[in-house]
Design a protein around this ligand. Structure first.
Ligand code: SF4
Length: 229
């Protein structure tokens, strides 16, 4: 994981940095298209190892055919697989979608539970997926940590570690609950647009707070600019 060598930022600094990132990305939100918690849950399962754009291309037809858990629980792999093929890992994802829908029908009256433990007990649903659904569709604060959040938070120095659950804990401890979902959304967008694997630091609003910029990028830039004697 790319990161600087300094200690974790103070909570007040983390809150300020997230506010600054939110100003740079004022419309940060999940880019998955959905109308109900069920649709967001299904779309998030499909987004694993895929892109939101790709998922948004398949979900209109999918949700027209299977609008809720009861309908999806009656689907067969033969019907479902061709509809989601282009998102990759389609056999496993079809199995997860059908299992998820069946469990919603059997155990939750066809509704998506607003509860981390119950969500992560569903097939194909990990902590990140559960947090996406809780935070965006169910009004329960959640801080999904994906590869973008891991990269951005470690580079800036508002988290430290490769384990998504530990990074989630560190960020949640520094931020009020009301900022959890926003903190994830802005870091995901920042990681996609600016703080890419090869970062565009010149366009970054939190450059002066970033450990990775201070410890790695700026010294490397100075070395390139300093002529050899
Ligand atoms: S300064 Fe560069 S490395 Fe740091 S957060 Fe911004 S884009 Fe990422």
């Amino acid at each position: 994981m790319d990161k600087g060598t300094r200690p974790l930022k103070a909570p007040a600094d983390t809150r300020r940095i997230i506010r600054t990132l939110a100003t740079q990305h004022p419309n940060a939100d999940t880019e998955l298209h959905y109308r109900t918690p069920f649709e967001l849950l299904a779309a998030t399962i499909l987004s694993a190892q895929s892109t939101d754009e790709r998922v948004n291309m398949v979900t209109p037809a999918l949700f027209a055919r299977f609008p809720d858990a009861r309908a999806l629980a009656r689907a067969t792999a033969k019907e479902l697989e061709p509809m989601i093929l282009s998102t990759g890992f389609f056999r496993q994802k079809a199995k997860s979608l059908m299992g998820m829908a069946q469990q919603l029908v059997d155990e939750h009256g066809g509704q998506v539970p607003a509860d981390m433990e119950k969500l992560t007990a569903l097939p194909g649903v990990g902590r990140k997926t559960a947090n996406v659904v809780l935070g965006h569709a169910l009004g329960v604060p959640g801080l999904p940590v994906d590869r973008h959040v891991l990269r951005v938070s470690n580079r800036i120095g508002i988290a430290d570690g490769d384990d998504p659950e530990i990074v989630e804990e560190q960020l949640c401890a520094a931020l009020p609950k009301a900022q959890w979902t926003l903190a994830s959304d802005v870091q995901i967008l920042h990681g996609r647009r600016i703080c890419r694997p090869k970062p565009l630091c010149g366009e970054c609003s939190v450059r002066k707070d970033c450990n990775y910029f201070r410890d790695v990028i700026a010294p490397a830039t100075r070395r390139v600019r300093t002529p050899r004697s």
